[in-house]
Design a protein around this ligand. Structure first.
Ligand code: ADP
Length: 393
């Protein structure tokens, strides 16, 4: 009998996840549902995902020996962030671990210059851009413009809007210090920012989420409306087709988010690519039939994908950011009011310490009337942040 019966822990493929942030944490609930064990490589004791994934080790993702230990016995490795060195990913592939997304795709989410060059080769719509190495190059490109370090930026860090030649010094210095290239882009006068999200499995199957509208504050994603209100259906289709084409051409496995600018004359331009569950897809946890986290896991295991269709007309996600008060207890003190005021509200907290401006959670509200859903989501996020007099006593 025991010869014929495999135990669950042996039968289910194990997925290694590199990085212990909130994205890895939010992969845990669908992994539990599907009965798929996760193994976490966390950057520190007790970080967000380390609180919920029991099979874990703490170590440096830049060290190949550590990555090998983390992936030992795992069929697949995937990521919470895009910072694992490309050569290590190739080494893991040679060891026989399926790296998903693979290193040749992932480089387009790691390096903005590589991404721009590839998008040009694909004829994809994007802002005018050039790599620059001196103040003269930037002047020649034309001011005002946006300067970005090619690698290592996130949440607007490593992005500068440059209007005056004197502002060029800092970005040039930072790029030089970090040994990365500097990209100049035209300053796009966008109407709003959009995001087109797809999940793609190695079999080629893909699931396309509705295009969403996203608002940034100080370079950090603040609010997402799904689907993007009043978006021309032709433009929405164009954005979805673009995301599908990029996912196919680059051979992406898992979630691909294409961040876009919608210009006032009705065009879309690519801002950047992310190849992992993305902040602009968090609405799908409560607003879609299958969340981006579940579809990411299904995709990296090459399982059939779940439907990305919305369950309700409108879902609004608002991030909860740390305010001036570092007392993390205030978040939980906020529950009685927030949950009683809105029984349809879904709250997601990441188990992180509070620091001003740090993403510590998000709320999803959904319903039939956009204005009402917006008000509910914004109220709850402001309440958790402490902006509405939610004082812990
Ligand atoms: P990060 O990698 O830090 O997320 P992004 O390239 O997405 O950086 O830029 C952060 C934000 O800066 C964008 O969401 C957008 O609001 C603004 N931004 C970036 N590039 C441009 C551009 N070319 N024109 C206008 N605004 C831009």
């Amino acid at each position: 009998m025991t010869d014929r019966v495999r135990r669950v822990s042996e039968a289910a493929p194990r997925i290694a996840v590199v990085g212990g942030g909130q994205l890895a944490r939010m992969m845990a609930p669908p992994a539990v549902m599907l009965g798929i064990p996760l193994r976490l490589l966390a950057e520190g004791e007790g970080v967000s995902a380390a609180q919920v994934v029991p099979d874990q080790l703490v170590g440096d993702y830049r060290d190949l020996a550590t990555l090998r230990r983390a992936t030992d016995g795992c069929e697949v490795v995937t990521f919470d962030h895009e910072h694992v060195p490309t050569e290590h990913l190739h080494a893991l592939e040679e060891d026989g671990v399926a790296v998903r997304p693979g290193p040749d795709a992932l480089v387009h989410a790691q390096d903005k210059v590589v991404m721009r060059e590839r998008m040009t080769a694909l004829g994809a719509p994007q802002p005018r851009h050039a790599t620059v190495a001196s103040a003269e190059d930037v002047t020649e490109f034309g001011l005002p413009c946006v300067l970005k370090v090619s690698r290592g930026g996130y949440d607007g860090k490593g992005v500068w809007v440059v209007r005056d030649p004197a502002d060029v010094e800092e970005p040039l210095r930072v790029a030089q210090e970090r040994g990365v290239r500097l990209l100049a882009e035209e300053l796009v006068a966008f109407r709003r920012e959009l995001s087109a999200l797809v999940a793609r499995a190695p079999s080629g199957q893909a699931a396309t989420y509705p295009v969403v509208a996203t608002t940034q504050l100080d370079g950090i994603c603040h609010e997402v409306i799904a689907p993007a209100p009043d978006l021309d259906p032709g433009l929405a289709g164009e954005a979805q087709e673009l995301a599908l084409r990029i996912a196919g051409e680059l051979g992406v496995t898992g979630i691909l988010a294409v961040e876009l600018f919608e210009t006032s004359d009705g065009r879309i331009l690519i801002n950047e690519l992310a190849m992992r569950p993305h902040n602009t897809g968090h609405w799908s946890q409560d607003g879609a039939v299958t969340s981006q986290f579940e579809n990411h896991l299904r995709a990296v295991l090459d399982l059939p994908l779940g439907s990305p269709e919305p369950r309700v007309p409108w879902t609004v996600m608002v991030n909860v950011l740390g305010g001036p008060d570092p007392d993390v207890g205030r978040l939980y003190d906020g529950y009685p009011h927030a949950l009683a005021r809105d029984p349809r509200l879904r709250v997601h907290l990441y188990g992180k310490d509070l620091r001003p401006g740090r993403k510590v959670g998000h709320v999803n509200a959904y319903g039939e009337d956009l204005d009402e859903v917006l008000e509910r989501a914004r109220h709850a996020a402001a309440w958790f942040r402490g902006d509405l007099g939610n004082e812990s006593e």
